[in-house]
Design a protein around this ligand. Sequence first.
Ligand code: ADP
Length: 334
Amino acid sequence: RDLVSPDAEGDEQAIESALRPKRLSEFIGQGRVREQLSLVLESAVRRGRPPDHVLMSGSPGLGKTTLAMIIAAELAMPLRLTSGPALERAGDLAAILSTLSEGEVLFIDEIHRMARPAEEMLYLAMEDFRVDIIVGKGPGATAIPLEIAPFTLVGATTRAGLLPAPLRDRFGFVAHMDFYDVEELEQVLRRSSRLLSLDLPEEGGHEIARRSRGTPRIANRLLRRVRDFAEVRTDGVITRDIASAALNLYEVDAEGLDRLDRAVLGALLRKFGGGPVGLSTLAVAVGEEPETVEVVAEPFLVRQGLLARTPRGRVATASAWLHLGLTPPPQAFG
Ligand code: ADP
């Protein structure tokens, strides 16, 4: 579960920062986003003004934090990092906003998880570069306006749909990050193996790439686990067979499905006859939070054509039955 979890934990963060592309030109894939963003940044630099606020949406591990760092680097401006859950009270946000320097880039990860009062303060800050500090309580409370330096907000969310419209509307540029295709992940792996001085022949890279759930973070993580295997069991060269043996050992299957993905599909097929079944029922069946199933497992299963979200609930596709080696019931799929 840890191996394929899209979130980075502990030691991994240090390795990740070493592997992060630093400039837009080094950033692999997401062609459209890259091109749009480079226009936004270049025109801001020419005008000598901070660019519009940027919102990035997409699954964990697709490069949102990396892009935020790149935005700051391209603008040659400092970057301040925080996250929605850390902004519990409006005061938490005010403390950050009031100390921003002119042109600074403020990155708020998981912006959909910000508390309501902070969110409302952010509206005004984004629009007018001003916040109202409320002093006192009840009828005697007064709002003291405070000017803040013009800054650029970069927000990231795994669930754009959860963002209130007034917040979403205040972003001048919205970037939708997609899963990466196998070739792009091969490029990510080539770059990482160079940085880590690993011997990664093309077929080995291809094998890891196609099992990486379309996600650079997972590709980099699998690369390190395959490297361990190659170094302990053989001469360190990551051939296709070595990659495949190592990934089987870590329970990453040929399509890149991990244990959670297979648990979700398995429950959908075996317990609910392929659906439709509601998200929360499905989550209980695999012993996970609905949000984990929805954010971590489902987007990839949908993209692989294994699962469909319908108004009546989650439904398995014909490929899902095939993938798990099961026979669909006769009434399914006409
Ligand atoms: P997110 O913020 O979307 O969860 P991150 O920006 O933290 O994802 O990216 C996770 C890791 O994946 C980074 O450490 C980086 O090394 C790698 N990565 C992400 N996108 C790319 C890319 N386009 N090219 C190369 N490496 C990438």
